[in-house]
Design a protein. Structure first.
Length: 192
C-alpha cells in the first residue's frame, strides 16, 4: 500500500532545525551500521556519541542550506553561540547539507579555529569527507557486526544503481518524503 506523502513546513527556527538534524544524523549513522547515542540535555560541547564501550567518539552535528554568495556551494557555521569551539570539544563534525541530502564527516582538527566551512563547492576542500562514514567506523573500531544494517551507499551511488524494490520501511519512506519536501521547498526559494 503506498504511503501518503506527509507535508510539513520547513523548520525555520534554527534550534529546532538543529534538533531535527541530530535525529537525521542518528538515523543515518544507524543505517551505516554505527551505534549512536544522544546525551541528555544540550550543555555538552558535542551532540552525539558514536561507538561501543571502550571506543567512543564525540560528534558535533551541524546543518545548512545557506548558499555561498557565488552560488557555487554552501556555507556551514561551526560555532557555538557565536564562538569558536575550544580544542577538544568533539572529535568529528557531521555537517548535513540539507538541499543535497548529504553528510560531511570531518575530523575536528580540520575545522579548529574556523567559524565556517564551505561544502559542495568547486574548490572542494571538504569533498573527500562527503559521506565519509568510514571515518567514524575506523575511529571507533566498529566493524560491520552480524545483525548491523549494511552501510548505505552515498546518494550518488544510489542514483547510479539499477532500480530495485525500495525495501524501505514506513519510517524511512516518511523520512525520505520529509527530505524531498524540504529540498523542493528550498529550491522554490524557501517560500511557503
Amino acid at each position: 500500500m503506498p504511503v501518503a506523502e506527509h507535508k510539513t513546513e520547513f523548520i525555520k527556527d534554527h534550534k529546532r532545525r538543529g534538533e531535527w538534524a541530530e535525529s537525521v544524523f542518528m538515523a543515518r549513522a544507524a543505517q551505516n551500521g554505527l551505534p549512536v547515542s544522544k546525551p541528555m540535555g544540550d550543555s555538552d560541547t558535542f551532540d552525539c556519541v558514536v561507538g561501543r564501550p571502550g571506543q567512543f567518539v564525540a560528534v558535533q552535528v551541524k546543518c545548512t542550506y545557506a548558499k555561498l554568495q557565488t552560488g557555487k556551494g554552501y556555507i556551514c557555521a561551526v560555532l557555538s553561540n557565536g564562538k569558536i569551539y575550544p580544542a577538544g570539544s568533539f572529535d568529528f563534525v557531521a555537517a548535513y547539507l540539507i538541499p543535497e541530502d548529504a553528510w560531511y564527516i570531518v575530523p575536528a582538527k580540520l575545522i579548529q579555529g574556523h567559524k565556517t566551512i564551505c561544502l559542495s563547492s568547486p574548490a572542494g576542500k571538504y569533498e573527500q569527507y562527503r559521506e565519509a562514514w568510514h571515518l567514524l567506523r575506523e575511529a571507533t573500531a566498529c566493524e560491520q557486526v552480524e545483525g548491523d544494517p549494511e552501510p548505505q551507499p552515498s546518494q550518488e551511488a544510489n542514483e547510479e544503481a539499477e532500480p530495485q524494490g525500495t525495501g524501505e520501511t514506513p519510517f524511512t519512506t516518511r523520512v525520505r518524503a520529509s527530505f524531498d519536501f524540504a529540498r523542493r521547498h528550498l529550491e522554490k526559494g524557501g517560500r511557503s
